[in-house]
Design a protein around this ligand. Sequence first.
Ligand SMILES: NC(=O)c1ccc[n+]([C@@H]2O[C@H](COP(=O)([O-])OP(=O)(O)OC[C@H]3O[C@@H](n4cnc5c(N)ncnc54)[C@H](O)[C@@H]3O)[C@@H](O)[C@H]2O)c1
Length: 251
Amino acid sequence: MKTVIEDLKDAVVIVTGSGRGIGRGIAEQFAAQGSKLVITDIDAATAEQTAQEIAKMGVETISMACDVSKYDQAEALANKAVEKWGKIDVLVNNAGITMDGLFLRMKPDQWQKVIDINLTGTYNCAHAAVNHMRKARKGAIVNISSIAAGGNPGQANYSASKAGVLGFTYALGKELAPMGIRVNAVAPGFIKTPMTDKIPEKLREQMIAAIPLKRPGEPDDIAKVILFLASDLSAYVTAQCIHVNGGLAGL
Ligand SMILES: NC(=O)c1ccc[n+]([C@@H]2O[C@H](COP(=O)([O-])OP(=O)(O)OC[C@H]3O[C@@H](n4cnc5c(N)ncnc54)[C@H](O)[C@@H]3O)[C@@H](O)[C@H]2O)c1
């Protein structure tokens, strides 16, 4: 049975890093609700291809290259959505990377790049979008954190960035509530995407065996929770994080 969420029809939705993986799954779920989509990624070609494929679902899409770690590109992204459709209803800060390594071998640029994209990128896009949302006194921002925010060995940079995303979400949710803008986070567990495909097979099997629901998550498992957080279904929810991890102990 398909759930119909009325207020997402014709909503203008930006999903960062939506060329592939979870971001693409999120964009497809919004398209199924009739939203207008900005498909954006650092990789312009995948963004354009994904936008064309999603347009076949009968919704309006535009694609744009954007490196979220660059403030001017985040600003241009928000401006493009507003030029095209006059508003931004939903921003999903999904773009993220891993550059794992043991702490003693972690180089400064390995630390900085992950922080720049995962944490500063979230600030950049939120800041640019809120500039428009505040005029409408309405909007929803969903940030993608991770179960790793609780601290994973070999992921000091990534864990710090994703814990930062949570603190950011809690602060911003409270600060923007009087403007009618809600800010929430989703913390995925192990989701099957190109990001987790690069984990060695043996380790991947061990990780999946530890999940109480006994399967890896799919991008759709995350996307459906984001539909909830982006829509009026969660009108009284802000400054929160929903854990979507098949029952794995998290934060
Ligand atoms: N896959 C998982 O198990 C998992 C678990 C927890 C959290 N997450 C988070 O979910 C989000 C999506 O992960 P995924 O598994 O789909 O990863 P992915 O690597 O499959 O996709 C990430 C997308 O982000 C894009 N991207 C990378 N750097 C960018 C930048 N600077 N600006 C804009 N776009 C950029 C990539 O080109 C890619 O299309 C990330 O924030 C990730 O940290 C994933």
